[in-house]
Design a protein around this ligand. Sequence first.
Ligand code: NI
Length: 384
Amino acid sequence: MNETVTELSLLQEMLVTHFKWFHSHPELGHEEWETTAHIRAILAEAGVEILDTGLKTGLVACIGAGETVVALRCDIDALPIAEESGLEYASKNGCMHACGHDFHVTSMLGAAMLLKERESRLAGAVKLIFQPAEETVNGAVSVLASGALDDVLEIYGLHTSADLPVSVIGVSPGAVYASVGSFTIRIHGKGGHAAHPHECRDPIAALSHLICAAQTIVSRQTSPFDPAVVSFTHIEAGNTWNILPEEAFAEGTIRAFGTERFNAIMRRLEHICKGVEGAFDMRIDFHGELNAPAVNNDGELVEFVKHTAHELGFKTCAGSLTMGGEDFAFYQEHIRGVFWNIGVASPEPPHNSRFTANPAALSTASALLAAVAEKSLKRLAGGA
Ligand code: NI
């Protein structure tokens, strides 16, 4: 235990330096050039192999060898938010690591260093995914398309939690992040003089009814025991006070736990569009799509992660459910896995300009990632 504590406190110091660099150099999804170069340099210095995946930004590294393969994943992109945290290492480039992805990158680098030290003992290979573009929910798809994960048997990842105390691990089985989708609605009416509405077909009146009717999907047509969201986030119609426009436009998002429930809500919204179409004599184009399925944790592996955390002396608790999305879900469609939270006690929630992840949790995050990878290899290879 003492040896581990010393090892981790040395690692912690190094990680804080890396964390501050990543925090002050945020880049948006698919533009993480400097971030990728910096990760590459740190891994190369530690002697870690970087795989040739063809990814433009982000990378996949590999430690160990053999046919038993597990993966650890972090995301590396930032958000278009001007930082107001007041930190001495705050970003000045108009973008911000306001979702803790700088913390994720750094903890993965720490895990890489710990695994590199234990490389000769590993019962297989660990692939470390530094994934681009999580915020735009399409980075995971590009990593999967590279084929780098075709031989991976289990996958693990983490996300900072603003609410949990520093270093506490929150993890739960089943769906923990929502299925996320978006929709667009375009109403084609008939424009004309606002003084003669009977000669027009007003798309604004129709859209108003449609939006009100859509509020009943969650309140009247979905079980109170199934969390769900239908939010309109953007509407547009007309440009002045005395002309009824030809068209009205709306878009928004649907969230639910599980693709089946998500699809049921999307169908209800489409039916409402059909109803309004008939009732108001309009033509309505409706388009809805699932952007990311739910993050769905494997129950058995959740117990394994908890057990591993306890062995290291870390505290765990139930993970909180969120209607937010996470493209880690795409990996779990193919590979068994667990996505957990680690407390960073931020004064403000993620995606806020004053979000701050407490770097004191870094070495805990690294130690758990490394131990989970090492022990899952051992288990899969039949050694434990
Ligand atoms: Ni995030």
